[in-house]
Design a protein around this ligand. Structure first.
Ligand code: NAD
Ligand code: USQ
Length: 438
């Protein structure tokens, strides 16, 4: 298939692009590299030293003999996005290209507005561009389990059948998102569902849980293919953060009671879920929703798992309960259905001690790059302006400038020529937390 991966320089997007390429799909990577600018804005860096996209793509070409088309530019630029679809003619578009941090969206007004404009306008542009250029193309959109919130009843996959005053209907499952970021995903879902109805577009909304891990078989082939591993308080997700904290002896930062329960999945399952969604497209006019996670854990359960695994590796791991900077239920019922991707063939990698070992080994390997100050949560949901805002205000101009520059560059497409290079399988490197080239 011809698959365009929007946001292909990011954490899920890079691993997905390589996985799809390895499976012999023709892959185009589109990104405006704004995520790398947000690191600068926040004074943070990924634990792993990621290389520029050109270098990553060239390494992949040498190692696999496979080419990735690269389009540098912004999905909020309709002309650019439309020209990419016209030129690449995808069978499926995988849309990862959004601002995905809940804390970032809660810093202040400017960051809330930026998040919703970037995400909602980008997705609206995509819907119009699909309709104009390739109306039969399947949209695979990354949503989030956080769209549902934490209701006191089971969470279904997208829809719920309700009886009310003697009548019965199947309706979109109620949404109770917990941040301006999560709200942007709800707005996206409504816009996508609406355009499936009015224009007959075909779409799959993947309500993904929290992703952990950084290695996939493809990423593990060479250190120059290394993926992001965010541990900072704004972009770091909980399990990745706990592993980084354990690696440097920093107390694990459980927010509040730690009863917050979420769906989780291994990055290796993310990439497989995307392929399954692409290979089994929604019908024209269908707005399909899959809950994309494999296991549920509370934050405290994760902390305990990391503590046990860390101690086996000789690390002293303690757990701290910090006041919760977010407004969320700290103890609640949670039971979310997640069978539709399994029905399509997903064989989950469940969180095991071996995997935690591998995650912690990565964290230990790069621990000199860890700045403990980045662990401290300082975006408080109850405030309309947080200390980061000052830095944000100074830097937003820089982000905007960088985005415009990336967009201009994107008008000229960069393509890496085909090369029949060597094929070196990863040999389970992912499960050992190592790279094959070492
Ligand atoms: P990421 O920030 O690592 O990657 C997103 C990429 O999109 C970045 O490379 C960024 O530069 C690019 N991007 C952002 N706005 C863009 C724009 N306007 N134009 C072009 N490119 C743009 O995020 P991720 O963790 O890979 O998440 C990818 C998607 O998956 C997001 O939509 C996120 O909401 C969703 N998701 C992620 C997780 C998770 O745990 N990481 C969980 C559930 C859902
Ligand atoms: N948490 C802690 N300690 C920490 C970090 C987080 O207790 O150091 C708690 C949070 O309070 C929250 C839970 O862990 O209750 C999850 O937080 P997170 O930062 O790991 O994940 P979240 O903010 O929900 O966002 C991440 C991704 C987002 C995606 C979402 C999926 O950044 O893009 O949409 O996971 S979901 O959680 O299902 O909505």
């Amino acid at each position: 298939m011809r698959i365009a991966v929007l946001g292909g320089d990011g954490y899920c997007g890079w691993a997905t692009s390589l996985y799809l390429s390895e499976k012999n799909h023709s892959v185009a990577v589109l990104d405006n590299f704004v995520r790398r600018e947000w690191d600068k804005e926040l004074g943070a860096q990924t634990l792993t030293p990621i290389r520029p996209l050109d270098e990553r793509v060239e390494t992949w070409r040498k190692i696999s003999g496979k080419t990735l088309d690269v389009f540098g530019g912004d999905v909020t630029d309709y002309g650019f996005l439309s020209s990419v679809l016209k030129e690449f003619r995808p069978d499926a578009v995988v849309h990862f290209a959004e601002q995905r941090s809940a804390p970032y969206s809660m810093i202040d007004l400017e960051h809330a507005v930026f998040t919703q404009v970037n995400n909602v306008v980008g997705t609206l542009n995509l819907l119009f561009a699909l309709r104009e250029n390739c109306p039969d193309c399947h949209l695979v959109k990354l949503g989030t389990m956080g769209e549902y919130g934490t209701p006191n009843i089971d969470i279904e996959e997208g829809y719920i059948t309700i009886e009310h005053n003697g009548r019965r209907d199947t309706l979109p499952y109620p949404k109770q998102p917990g941040s301006f970021y999560h709200l942007s995903k709800v707005h996206d879902s409504h816009n996508i569902a609406f355009t499936c109805k009015i224009w007959g577009l075909r779409a799959t909304d993947l309500n993904q849980g929290v992703v952990y891990g950084t290695l996939t078989d493809e990423v593990a082939r060479d250190e120059a293919l290394i993926n992001r591993f965010d541990y900072d308080q704004v972009f770091g997700t909980v399990l990745n953060r706990f592993c980084a904290q354990a690696a440097v002896g920093y107390p694990l930062t459980v927010y509040g009671k730690g009863g917050q329960t979420r769906g989780f999945l291994d990055l290796r399952d993310t990439v497989r879920c995307i392929e399954l969604a692409c290979l089994n497209p929604a019908a024209p006019g269908e707005f399909r929703v899959f809950n994309q996670f494999t296991e549920q854990f509370s934050v405290l359960e994760l902390a305990q798992l990391v503590q046990t695994a860390g101690e086996k590796l000789g690390l002293k791991v303690t757990v701290d309960h910090l006041p919760d900077p977010r407004v969320e239920a700290e103890a609640h019922y949670y039971n979310a259905k997640h069978s539709r991707l399994v029905d399509l063939g997903l064989k989950p990698h469940l969180l095991s001690e071996a995997l935690l070992d591998s995650l912690m080994n990565i964290a230990i390997r790069y621990r000199d790059r860890i700045e403990p100050a980045q662990f401290e949560p300082n975006v408080n949901w109850r405030q309309t302006s947080n200390p980061l805002a000052l830095r944000g205000k100074r830097r937003t101009g820089l982000v905007a400038k960088a985005t415009r520059k990336a967009s201009r560059n994107g008008k000229s497409r960069r393509e890496v020529p085909t090369f029949a290079g060597s094929d070196s399988p990863a040999e389970n490197a992912a499960s050992k937390g190592t790279f094959s080239s070492q």
